[in-house]
Structures are given as structure tokens and as C-alpha cells.
Design a protein around this ligand. Structure first.
Ligand SMILES: [Zn+2]
Length: 304
């Protein structure tokens, strides 16, 4: 019953929110230079990505790069009005056509954070092995269940699945990374094996962070100075490793605006997530922050 109510709410909520003036209030705050919108994708369709770009252009936003954000944070550039930053996690092969080509067409900067193992070994992403084994073999492993285990247990389960299931390549190749890494598209690191970093030993957490940077720099022949925590999993230990590896900033998955107050915390920059199977209307609500705000309020009032 609860899920039916939730489905009804999820269908009607975007229409209500879009007409409620809440989104216009967010746009006004951005226009007054109070907030920067920070949005992240994984593997969007071309239609969804382009319609989101067009929505921001229609509202007269301008797109800023990770370098711009860094310069704003150290007061080399003024805090901008109506600015948005786009970032992308993982390095999905469809990104090249669906996202990079569109970003180049509109001349907008995008940072893509690369999880290096699937680039190098040609396997699918480990989450895909879990999904496949759940759907076809009826196994009980899920991302949520692996999150509760140590990272060495996760690795054991994943390597067992990888040896018994064949999945096609899902990530870009090294050559594809090289071909997109120019102009407005910049690449950052996203670890080697996409672990929950807080579940790793000290040695493994450090290796995931340091070695992914070294690998990317060797492949690309350029400096890699930005990082995103897989699943948004990090603690003070990871912030220290990311700093000492030489990254100048790192993105979390905390759903919030970038403000004058929090922009100085360069190793836990917030981002709003785009849900790729959801409608454009719902994603407009999500990327402007009004979705989470409303859902949290409803949960608090026990409406859902
Ligand atoms: Zn990721």
C-alpha cells in the first residue's frame, strides 16, 4: 500500500513542485549569487542529458568547470550568479555519444570521474554482475548487502561472480578516454575497483585513491586533480589520503547546494544526483534540490 501511495506521489509531485514556485525560488537564489547548482550523472540517455542542458540554457544559467569552482573557492574568481557544474561518475562507454558529444555541441565543461578497473580489464561494472546474478541465478547478493561487509569480502564475492558470468564491456577504453580528454571535458579519478572506501583497510583505501590517480595520469599524459568518492563513501581518513595524493578537490554525493559557506570544504563538495530512469520533470526537481527537501518534509510529517 505504501509503495502505491509513493508511486502516486512520485507521479504527481513533479507537477506540483514545478508549479509551486519552489523552483523559481531556487533560480532566484542562484541569480542572486547565493548558490551554485552541482549536478551529477552516471549513464544518461542522450535525450535526457540534452534536455537537462537545454533546461539550464533556457533559464540562462552558465556552466562552470571544476577549475572554475576551485578558483571561486580560493577567491580568485567571484562567486557567480546562475552557475551550474556538471560531473559524471564511472566512465560508461555510452557517455561518449550520449554526453560528451552533446557537451561539445553546446561547448559546456564536464568532469568525468573514472573507475579504472573496468576500463583496464574490459569487464562490466561489479554492480552489473550482482544484478545479473540476482535476476538470472536468484542469488541474494545486493549492493546493500555488500555494503555491510568488509571490502575483502566484497572483492571475493565479485571475483567469484566475474569468473562464472560473462558480461560485455560497459566502460570506455583507454583510447576512448584519451580521445575525449580535451577541451571542455576533463577527467578525474574514482578509485580502481569502486569500493565503499570506508569498508577498506587503511592500505587498500590509500591504494584505491593513489593508484587510480597514477593510472589515469599515465594513460592520459596529463595531471589528474579531481576525485569523486564511489557511492559517496568517505570519512576523515579518505579526505587525508585524497589531499596527500595531490587532488585539489573531491566530490561527495551529499545532496546540497554549493554556497559561499561550504565551498571552502573542497574535499566534500555536494552534488544532486540525476536519476536516469526518472522523468525530466522529476529530475528538474531533483537537480534544483526541491525534491529531497519535499520528500524529507513528507517523511518527517509521516505522510509517506
Ligand atoms: Zn561510481
Amino acid at each position: 500500500m505504501k509503495s502505491i501511495i509513493r508511486k502516486i506521489i512520485e507521479f504527481f509531485l513533479p507537477f506540483y513542485l514545478i508549479n509551486s514556485g519552489k523552483i523559481n525560488k531556487v533560480i532566484k537564489n542562484a541569480a542572486e549569487g547565493k548558490i551554485i547548482l552541482s549536478v551529477f550523472f552516471h549513464n544518461p540517455s542522450k535525450e535526457l542529458f540534452e534536455s537537462i542542458v537545454k533546461w539550464f540554457l533556457d533559464k540562462e544559467f552558465h556552466f562552470i568547470s571544476a577549475d572554475d569552482l576551485y578558483e571561486i573557492s580560493i577567491h580568485k574568481k567571484a562567486f557567480p550568479s546562475k552557475a551550474v557544474i556538471f560531473t559524471v561518475d564511472d566512465g560508461w562507454k555510452e557517455n561518449k555519444e550520449n554526453l560528451v558529444a552533446v557537451a561539445n555541441k553546446y561547448n559546456i565543461p564536464v568532469s568525468i570521474f573514472i573507475n579504472t578497473d573496468p576500463i583496464e580489464n574490459g569487464n562490466g561494472y561489479w554492480v552489473s554482475y550482482l544484478k545479473y546474478s540476482q535476476e538470472t541465478l536468484g542469488t541474494s547478493h545486493s549492493v546493500a548487502s555488500l555494503k555491510k561487509q568488509s571490502d575483502s569480502q566484497r572483492k571475493n564475492i565479485v571475483s567469484q561472480l566475474e569468473s562464472s558470468i560473462e558480461l560485455p564491456r560497459e566502460a570506455m577504453t583507454i583510447d576512448e578516454l584519451k580521445s575525449i580528454n580535451n577541451g571542455k571535458i576533463s577527467l578525474g579519478a574514482h578509485t580502481l575497483s569502486h569500493p565503499f572506501l570506508v569498508n577498506c583497510s587503511n592500505e587498500d583505501s590509500q591504494k584505491e585513491i593513489f593508484s587510480s590517480k597514477e593510472k589515469l595520469e599515465n594513460w592520459l599524459g596529463t595531471k589528474v586533480e579531481t576525485f569523486a568518492y564511489p557511492f559517496g563513501s568517505f570519512g576523515e581518513r579518505e579526505i587525508e589520503y585524497v589531499k596527500s595524493a595531490g587532488f585539489k578537490m573531491a566530490f561527495s554525493t551529499v545532496a546540497d547546494y554549493i554556497t559561499k559557506e561550504n565551498i571552502g570544504a573542497l574535499y566534500k563538495l555536494p552534488r544532486f544526483e540525476i536519476i536516469e530512469h526518472a522523468s525530466l520533470k522529476e529530475n528538474i526537481c531533483r537537480m534544483t534540490g526541491v525534491w529531497d527537501e519535499t520528500i524529507n518534509l513528507m517523511k518527517k510529517n509521516k505522510s509517506i
